[in-house]
Design a protein around this ligand. Structure first.
Ligand SMILES: *[C@@H]1O[C@H](CO)[C@@H](O)[C@H](O)[C@H]1NC(C)=O
Ligand SMILES: *[C@@H]1O[C@H](CO)[C@@H](O)[C@H](O)[C@H]1NC(C)=O
Ligand SMILES: *[C@@H]1O[C@H](CO)[C@@H](O)[C@H](O)[C@H]1NC(C)=O
Ligand SMILES: *[C@@H]1O[C@H](CO)[C@@H](O)[C@H](O)[C@H]1NC(C)=O
Ligand SMILES: *[C@@H]1O[C@H](CO)[C@@H](O)[C@H](O)[C@H]1NC(C)=O
Ligand SMILES: *[C@@H]1O[C@H](CO)[C@@H](O)[C@H](O)[C@H]1NC(C)=O
Ligand SMILES: *[C@@H]1O[C@H](CO)[C@@H](O)[C@H](O)[C@H]1NC(C)=O
Length: 189
């Protein structure tokens, strides 16, 4: 079937409009949905450092569903970047990946009451929007990284000694790192 010149022209216009629509939607979803995949990469790297997950809480962390629906993950409604990571009392062990520092929209990190070990990565200090940090009842070794002291949005310190730079925060956060059984010298916050 041959198209008349008018039909051909309409067809081209439609094709161009469709193409523009596709370009626009892919552009806008790239802008809003986690622009360059940084959050997804960071979460998958975080998962990669978990050595045991007996309750399978991270089973949903896979490519078949959007990361905003992964267990424990909350995204901002407009920008769809990860704003909360809540995995308390999940019997997780392993270490915290330094890639956590790439979740640049994170406001709340709750890893209370698991069995995380090794050092708390200083990259947590890159989380400029972090307001609340719960790391109590794990098995961390080493010191609380002084970089955490640079987090100006952290609010409401609990009690006890405040190490190094954290005390210079104007807006101290709920930082709760106490009860890490392997470490005697870790200051309680
Ligand atoms: C991805 O985006 C983040 C900000 O959202 C930026 O810091 C990072 O450099 C970007 N990475 C790449 C590879 O473009
Ligand atoms: C991915 O997560 C979904 C949702 O929890 C689950 O139903 C599915 O089995 C998972 N896929 C794999 C390959 O683990
Ligand atoms: C995690 O902590 C929140 C409060 O911070 C609590 O509501 C929730 O029940 C806790 N989750 C588990 C699995 O204990
Ligand atoms: C801590 O986690 C254990 C399971 O590992 C659970 O039995 C206990 O209730 C949790 N404690 C709090 C305060 O959530
Ligand atoms: C994420 O974090 C790691 C480790 O801190 C770093 O090497 C990497 O360049 C960061 N950026 C991205 C976009 O993954
Ligand atoms: C701390 O974690 C251990 C298991 O690792 C658990 O038995 C204990 O109840 C937890 N304590 C609190 C206060 O949640
Ligand atoms: C606090 O941070 C500054 C630089 O940001 C550094 O020079 C100083 O040694 C830190 N103090 C402590 C106690 O970590």
């Amino acid at each position: 079937m041959r198209m008349s010149p008018t039909n051909l022209c309409l067809f081209r216009i439609h094709a161009i409009l469709l193409l523009l629509l596709m370009l626009f939607s892919s552009f806008s979803s790239n802008v809003n949905v986690n622009r360059n995949g940084t959050d997804q990469l960071a979460l998958l790297q975080f998962k990669a450092k978990i050595t045991t997950d007996p309750l399978g809480v991270l089973n949903s962390w896979n490519d078949t569903i959007n990361l905003c629906q992964w267990y424990g993950v909350t995204c901002g409604r407009r920008h769809l970047r990860v704003t909360k990571l809540v995995l308390n009392s999940s019997q997780l062990s392993g270490s915290i990946s330094p890639h956590i520092g790439n979740l640049s929209f994170l406001r709340l990190l709750n890893l209370n009451n698991n069995s995380f070990s090794d050092e708390i990565p200083s990259e947590i200090g890159h989380l400029r929007r972090l307001e609340t940090l719960y790391l109590a009842n794990n098995s961390f070794s080493g010191e609380i990284p002084s970089e955490i002291g640079h987090l100006s949005r952290l609010k409401n310190s609990i009690s006890g000694e405040i190490p190094g730079n954290i005390s210079s925060c104007t807006n101290l956060a709920i930082i709760n790192i106490q009860n890490n059984h392997r470490v005697d010298s870790l200051p309680l916050i």
